[in-house]
Design a protein around this ligand. Structure first.
Ligand SMILES: Cc1cc2nc3c(=O)[nH]c(=O)nc-3n(C[C@H](O)[C@H](O)[C@H](O)COP(=O)(O)OP(=O)(O)OC[C@H]3O[C@@H](n4cnc5c(N)ncnc54)[C@H](O)[C@@H]3O)c2cc1C
Length: 293
């Protein structure tokens, strides 16, 4: 299969990118790493006539951390840049887990975190951990900027609240709170480079053996990546015993709507969510010295 013809633009700033997209919004798309959009064009899934690349807009590639404001991941920072960034490695290990589970080095060197979210596939590897961290998305258009909580970004498989000529500029995560640990785990398919059949991200705040607060998010088991709020409600103020973790897994499973498809049965997906929930919560707690018994 050959790539169809399209026009390719390389604007120097976000305003120019928004203006170019706005000239023909229905037939234009942002081009970040291209690992999704080129595949879509080649397979006939998308029919864009204009690709507006963000690759020459240097500020969009930056990753910055401060104790006060937390982490800002520029929309075109690649998955590997994020996984290797010192502050991310030191303070957001769950983000590193998720990044390192996405495909292989060749893809991670091109694939951007912003592109992963904007593709909005239910199994997008970066989505659950960013949901668990309460990420906010900074989005620009010719009318200015707005901020969208990631929890309100996805509206269905491959669908987001982004308007056609809007550009995701940055992903913002709050600074880690006291006793806070995170982990992200996925169950892959049997083929190398396969998307997860289920993924789980956990963020916990531990006071020694007691879980003060927990946030759990899951991927590939509903039309969009989702939060599982009943897990956090159940875990607050509890010791993370095996029984408590098992109940957390059941609650996470009850929040999902898994489907049968070529990659997995829904029963297997449900089982995977329950197991991954127990393991992710344990790993997140152990990362901050929380006692799990
Ligand atoms: C071999 C292979 C293996 C893969 N394995 C995985 C995997 O294991 N896990 C996984 O989650 N994904 C996987 N993917 C999918 C893909 O690599 C990721 O989703 C990637 O993060 C997409 O980022 P990108 O920069 O390449 O996006 P692009 O392809 O450039 O863009 C993707 C979509 O998002 C839009 N977009 C991108 N950036 C912005 C922005 N800043 N503002 C507005 N819209 C934007 C584009 O218009 C397009 O619709 C795989 C892909 C390939 C080819």
């Amino acid at each position: 299969m050959r790539l169809p013809d399209f026009e390719y633009f390389e604007p120097r700033d976000v305003a120019e990118a928004c203006a170019l997209l706005g000239e023909d919004p229905r037939l234009s798309a942002v081009f970040a790493g291209g690992t999704d959009v080129l595949v879509e064009l080649k397979s006939g899934l998308a029919r864009y006539k204009r690709l507006v690349s963000l690759r020459r807009i240097e500020p969009l590639r930056r990753i910055e951390f401060s104790e006060r404001n937390g982490l800002v991941i520029g929309a075109t920072a690649t998955v590997n840049q994020v996984a290797r960034h010192e502050s991310v490695r030191g303070r957001y290990p769950g983000v590193v887990d998720a990044a390192m589970s996405l495909a292989a080095d060749q893809v991670r060197n091109l694939a951007t975190v912003g592109g992963n979210l904007c593709s909005a596939v239910p199994s997008a590897d970066m989505a659950p951990i960013l949901l668990a961290h309460g990420a906010k998305l900074r989005v620009a258009s010719s009318d200015g900027e707005r901020v969208i909580p990631l929890g309100r970004f996805f509206v269905g498989p491959r669908a987001t609240v982004l308007e056609p000529a809007e550009v995701l500029v940055a992903i913002e995560l709050p600074p880690p709170g006291p006793g806070e640990g995170a982990a992200s785990l996925r169950q892959g398919g049997r083929l190398s480079l396969s998307l997860p059949v289920a993924s789980v991200a956990a963020l916990v705040a531990m006071d020694g053996p007691v879980c003060r607060k927990a946030t759990l998010a899951v991927g590939a088991v509903a039309p969009t990546p989702i939060l599982a709020p009943s897990v956090g409600e159940f875990l607050g103020g509890k010791r993370l015993s095996d029984e408590v973790l098992a109940e957390a897994g059941r609650r996470a499973g009850a929040e999902t709507r898994p489907i049968d498809d070529v990659r997995s049965s829904k029963e297997y997906r449900l089982e995977a969510v329950m197991v991954l929930t127990r393991r992710a919560l344990r790993k997140a707690a152990e990362r901050v010295g929380g006692v799990v018994s």
